[in-house]
Design a protein around this ligand. Sequence first.
Ligand code: TNX
Length: 541
Amino acid sequence: MQNIPHFTKSSLFLLVIFLAACKKDNSTLKIDLLIPKPMAVTKGNGAFDLLHSTSIYTSQGNKEVAFIANYLADKLRPATGYPLVVSTNAIPEDNFISLDLVSDASLGEEGYQLTVDGASVKLLANKPAGLFYGIQTLRQLLPAQIEFASNQKGIEWKIPAVSIKDVPTYSWRGSMLDVARHFFSVEDVKKYIDYMALYKMNVLHLSLSNDQGWRIEIKSWPNLAIHGGSTQVGGGKGGYYTQEQYKEIVAYAQKQYITIVPEIDLPGHINAALASYGELNGGITLVPEKGRINLSTNTGEVGGKNKPTELYTGIEVGFSTLQYNQEATFRFVNDVIRELSSITPGEYIHVGGDEARVTKKEEYIKFINKFYEIVTANGKKMIGWEEISQADIKGDIIAQHWDSPSYPKMAVEKGGKVLMSPAPKVYLDMQYDSTTKLGLHWAAYIEVKDSYDWEPTTLVEGIAKENIIGVETPLWTETISTMKEIEYMLFPRFPGIAEIAWSKPEGRNWDEYKVRLAAHGKRFDVMGINYYKSKQVPWEK
Ligand code: TNX
């Protein structure tokens, strides 16, 4: 090196430092950027190279595990262009990914153990769901370009060496999509499911009926979907899912370990049904025409009994109701819950129960108690919005907290469980700030930090970990009508809420999280997600 001029030597030195830093970026940093944050992480040395020759092994002879292995291959093939053969033959010594079930109670129903070294990636779980979540972690350990749908040249597909043991905190990590205020196609719902799966969410609550629309075919009451589904907020053409399409959504979700919880909102939010069948109209519902209706003058008979109401395309709430003693009421409720239960493999049916402002007080409790009987008779468990806590809550009932701290307390005192959906934190139809064009702000403006900086077990006094079944983030769609708009309201708040549901609260800290979230911006870009570029997040250039 004697003859090399000094400036060249120092540039060479800098280059070596620079390359070393780049290498570090590729192989170690990704571990620190995972969302949701895993339970326990031990970093190793070096990295696994995903190559043209890499293969994926499952030794189980278990169809479900083989299906998951193929799902992994399908995720990795487009961007890498590699064949990634899935097989059950003997494992080679070098360069493979294996997926196996082990009997390890400490991993529970959904946990996984992921071990990466220079030679292999080994994924173990107690149950198939755990393997599926391990794969979501694996995706995030690869460069963001892995999410491209087309072949990317010149990228080193390295997975940093690491050992991760990961188990979720809550068993219900949900999101609700309101397909009633605006209707969304089966394809849109599938995309929503894909977004949930990325962040290890496992319950999609579909809000299938409301004043503005009825979105599920009920064979014994066909006009619900045909007429009740024929419009939406703003007067557009609406739509509904046939039972076959609903089953298609259920099956698509199931393959990503997501359970569909269907909601039929009762006894309020029911105008679309009253407009479809006059026999359901007990004469209390007054469809608002222009502007707000005065609910205090709308609690008596307003006429129209036994006649269909007008379809409604505004965004008022709380003006419609079923009536307990109307002859058709329970024929309708029984038929709807029976048909819905028969096409829903999940355990739960959501009966709404919110904002029944014109339902007679003495009838409301009778209604909820009766819904419980009907849901139970159909072999399902009941969940409802927090107001149902006023009824006779049994141990297997879930009250979904959204607004008042007194209702979840009431539910717990009566032995029920609580699902946490506090509107000022996780209502994703709330605007980010006063400049957001979409959305509402009745509960709060919810910036990214606000949606992350809270903890379910300290939110409502008297509600502790053992009372909480999980966390669910609703997206109401009065102002949202396209997939791009859905994405804008979801991202980037969605991953943080998923983390609250999955990860341990110890050490949770916005300043640390915002760096991880910033790195995910690149993934959103690659996936073509239309997200809000919040100034609170130090997005990577
Ligand atoms: C309240 S949350 C509602 C919905 C609205 C939402 C709008 C709840 C149980 N009811 O009907 O769509 O606010 O943010």
